[in-house]
Design a protein around this ligand. Structure first.
Ligand SMILES: [Zn+2]
Ligand SMILES: [Zn+2]
Ligand SMILES: [Zn+2]
Length: 263
């Protein structure tokens, strides 16, 4: 089973350009400096597994002509990662089916509160609200979606627990500044690693670029791509300084695993 990962959004929570900002990156005409809110789409064995419904979800689906999503894998409940939830309605309609949502219990609880209208008891039938079925998962406990094994990987984002996801030899880990030892063990032998690298200087809940490079070196994937990138990083200027086998991802980048995924 081949695994690919389409980077739908590689920006930080406010996106790049930021509203009202005149910095070099926000004024850049390089399309790789224009970053929607964070999300990515795994394709494995003909299934499409979406990581997070970002605040830019609708535009990401339109931009790439995506017409089918088999499941949503949530990393955590921060709004940049869940804001597009309501637009899952269109996929309920296109697929005539309820959307399965996977996440840890804290994440799913917060989604139920934030989008209370979709989970009430006396829910209105019809097209007005998304139809979703929640499945609680736990870091380190793999599960199966249509024959593909998905490994959730626990990391920390400040004090908040977040899940990264590994499918075959591709892993996507956003919104983190700490990876526990037990999770490093789940990241052995990767072909592709996508990792949070917010900005040059330190941040209380995200890896800085320097910390992310150090972590990527330890994980030792054949190729590493950084994501959740703020506006003080310019793709071309700063990308030229990265170590070999590491680069900034950008919106629309399609990453394909070189190896066969295991089932
Ligand atoms: Zn985020
Ligand atoms: Zn800016
Ligand atoms: Zn976050």
């Amino acid at each position: 089973m081949n695994v690919s990962l389409l980077m739908l959004g590689t920006g930080t929570s406010q996106g790049v350009p930021a509203i009202g900002c005149d910095c070099e990156t926000c004024r850049s005409t390089d399309p790789r400096d224009r970053r929607l809110r964070p999300s990515a789409l795994f394709t494995v064995g003909g299934r499409t597994l979406l990581v997070d419904t970002s605040s830019d979800f609708r535009w990401q689906m339109l931009r790439h002509g995506i017409r089918r999503i088999d499941a949503v894998l949530y990393t955590h409940h921060h709004f940049d990662h869940i804001g597009g939830f309501d637009d899952l309605r269109q996929f309920n309609y296109l697929q005539s089916a309820t959307m399965p949502l996977y996440g840890q219990s804290e994440t799913l609880d917060e989604i139920r509160v934030t989008f209370r209208y979709a989970f009430g008891e006396a829910r209105q039938e019809g097209g007005g609200i998304p139809s979703a079925r929640m499945q609680t998962i736990v870091g380190g406990d793999p599960f199966d979606i249509g024959g593909a094994t998905v490994m959730p990987v626990s990391v920390k984002h400040g004090i908040l627990p977040v899940l990264g996801y590994r499918i075959g030899d591709v892993a996507y880990i956003t919104d983190t500044n700490f990876i526990p030892e037990t999770s490093f063990a789940l990241l052995d032998g990767l072909d592709v690693l996508v990792l949070d690298a917010l900005r040059h200087h330190a941040h209380p809940t995200h890896f800085s670029l320097e910390q992310s490079i150090e972590t990527a070196r330890r994980i030792g994937a054949r190729r590493t791509y950084f994501t959740h990138i703020a506006h003080n990083i310019r793709h071309e200027r700063d990308g030229a300084l990265l170590p070999e086998n590491m680069e900034f991802s950008y919106d629309g980048l399609l990453i394909k695993s070189q190896r066969e995924a295991y089932d």
